[in-house]
Ligand binder design. Structure first.
Ligand SMILES: N[C@@H](CCC(=O)N[C@@H](CS)C(=O)NCC(=O)O)C(=O)O
Length: 347
């Protein structure tokens, strides 16, 4: 009974946090996002407060990561300048309200697409750009190798995440007792974990790998190999501005299509001059129709690719096997290489 009560409270909490913004916000902001981004001269992009591999400031204070570079590429598509981004760090529980109130133009923040988020919060979710699943981070010397061994333990969680609900459902399904310890911020979770206040941190496996890589001795910690949920990430924008939604959706798709065609930061300028392939000519704006469809310059995708590279280049640089986080492509490989990343046709 206690566990059922807890899960219910969590659901309610997420609903209240998330449901408070959209009703107010929708009418006022309709259709104006591209105009207001252009007149402001900078894209306001919501990211996490700091997860290695997705969005984390380096020692010079520059944001690095897959999400950060997706923000930059979108700025390049709009302004032909990847530096025209204002990064807005957001906790999990603050992120969607920031979208619906117009504080940010777009959210690239390791945020999972779900039906309730897509239908009840005043949001639209874009093209999937990362596939993940939930796991648990434990001490390497804890002898815990499977999540079922976590019965009776205390689990750290971040408020307002899918992981809160997935964890509650997991322990209930296995009729295991557990104690949640819920925080607003990642640094609070990591502090509690290191201090031994919780036995494990439940979150998306990729974020756990990122958080682990930032610990003083990463080898002291293990991400359990099981995956307990599906966590597909997309950008989120507010409802009521279809053209802006189209821009964000097709921008993401364009980076994937660039990888499908082997178009890279290095070869994109030459290819634009020399290619006879109709799809590549459309994508790079040799023929102007794709830009016309979304009210952007014909070179929108060319400028994005020239600035940040194709999807695979961004992945490798920020989170891939040779980066600090060291994640294999796995499900985030192209569909032609056994993964799930697949560009909807751009014609
Ligand atoms: N995918 C999950 C969120 C995952 C999440 O929030 N992960 C933590 C990772 S450790 C995070 O980003 N923390 C950074 C922060 O709190 O700003 C969701 O959409 O609810």
């Amino acid at each position: 009974m206690r566990m059922r009560g807890f899960a219910f409270t969590l659901g309610l909490l997420c609903g209240v946090v998330a449901g408070s913004g959209p009703v107010l916000a929708q009418g006022n902001i309709a259709s104006l996002t591209l105009d207001s981004v252009r007149s402001r001269g900078v894209l306001s992009c919501g990211v996490s407060t700091g997860v290695a591999g997705f969005a984390l400031p380096n020692q010079r204070g520059e944001w690095e990561g897959l999400d950060a570079d997706l923000c930059r590429g979108l700025a390049a598509a709009i302004f032909n300048d990847p530096t025209k981004v204002r990064f807005v760090p957001l906790s999990a529980s603050a992120r969607f309200t920031a979208v619906t109130t117009g504080e940010i133009d777009v959210l690239f923040r390791n945020s999972t697409q779900t039906m309730s988020r897509a239908t009840t919060l005043g949001l639209r979710d874009g093209a999937t750009y990362f596939y993940d699943g939930m796991s648990f981070l434990v001490r390497a010397d804890s002898r815990i190798e499977r999540a079922l061994q976590l019965g009776g333990s205390t689990i750290c969680l971040l408020q307002g995440t899918t992981n809160e609900v997935v964890t509650a459902e997991y322990f209930r399904a296995h009729q295991l007792a557990w104690t949640p310890l819920v925080f607003e911020r990642l640094d609070q979770v990591m502090g509690a974990l290191i201090a031994g206040r919780c036995d494990s941190f439940a979150n998306d496996a990729s974020s756990l790998s990122g958080a682990r890589s930032a610990l003083p001795i990463p080898a002291d910690w293990t991400v359990l190999p099981e995956r307990f949920s599906k966590e597909p990430y997309s950008a989120f924008v507010r409802r009521g501005d279809d053209n802006w939604f189209d821009i964000v959706r097709w921008y993401t798709t364009a980076l994937i299509q660039a990888e499908e065609h082997g178009i890279t930061r290095e070869n994109v300028t030459d290819l634009r001059r020399t290619t006879t392939n109709a799809e590549i000519r459309r994508l790079l704006g040799v023929t102007p129709e794709l830009g016309q469809y979304i009210k952007l310059d014909p070179a929108w995708a060319f400028n994005a690719i020239r600035s940040v590279g194709n999807y695979g280049e961004i992945y490798d640089r920020t989170i891939g096997p040779n980066s600090r986080v060291g994640l294999a492509r796995g499900p985030n490989n192209l569909w032609t290489n056994g993964g799930l990343i697949y560009a909807i046709p751009m014609r």
